[in-house]
Design a protein around this ligand. Structure first.
Ligand code: IMP
Length: 198
């Protein structure tokens, strides 16, 4: 069963494939096998955008699609950047500028609690869709550290650790990540789909 992973972000794609790439009977297709247009993220929530990405790509490709929308929610910023995480410092989706903006807004702020949230969506050509959420709690570091991962990883310290996500080995991040938690919830559905039982 062919399933398209609906992201054009190479780092996200890499993580998704590491996490659920092993489901027997599923042949994962990516934007490299099956080029598709960028879906405009016009939703007000991660849920809306995950749904939008998955259903738009099903319409374009006629394939089952697994899509995901994620973001960083900072308590002291009322949940921002949230759904705007990728474009926090402007349309360029520049990770370094996003991180600089975040640190500037949190200068002198003691409450540095934050969470990553991911919403994954599995949509089928017959119109059915399933959503699943994953959360990773943590806090924002005082300065960036590490070179792994992507996005806000150099600034995010998961609860119970002293290292940032960018200082973890990829498999350590995968064990706890919001993306892992969201995708694992869809694993049974994907396994059923692969067996033709969905
Ligand atoms: P989108 O889901 O394509 O809208 O992008 C999500 C944005 O949230 C990314 O561009 C990152 O800025 C941030 N983000 C989501 N997940 C992660 C993660 O695992 N690490 C670091 N940043 C992330």
């Amino acid at each position: 069963m062919k399933v398209l992973i609906g992201t054009r972000n190479p780092k996200k794609l890499e993580e998704c494939l590491r996490i659920i790439g092993d489901i027997p009977g599923i042949e994962w297709l990516t934007f490299r096998d099956h080029p598709f247009p960028e879906v405009e993220e016009t939703g007000m929530t991660l849920e809306e955008n995950a749904r939008l990405k998955a259903t738009s790509l099903v319409s374009v490709t006629k394939l089952p699609v697994l899509a995901e929308d994620s973001g960083l929610e900072v308590v002291a910023l009322g949940g921002a950047p949230g759904v705007r995480s990728a474009r926090f410092a402007g349309a360029g989706k520049d990770y370094r500028r996003n991180n600089e903006k975040l640190l500037k807004l949190l200068a002198g702020v003691e409450d540095r609690r934050a969470r990553f949230r991911a919403v994954a969506a599995l949509a089928l050509p017959d119109g059915r869709i399933w959503l699943a959420e994953g959360v990773l709690e943590g806090e924002i570091a005082l300065a960036p550290r590490g070179s792994g991962g992507f996005g806000y990883d150099p600034l995010f310290i998961p609860l119970g650790d002293s290292r940032t996500l960018a200082e973890l080995a990829p498999e350590e991040k995968d064990r706890i990540s919001h993306r892992r938690r969201a995708l694992e919830r869809l694993r049974p559905l994907l396994a059923s789909l692969a067996r033709g039982q969905l």
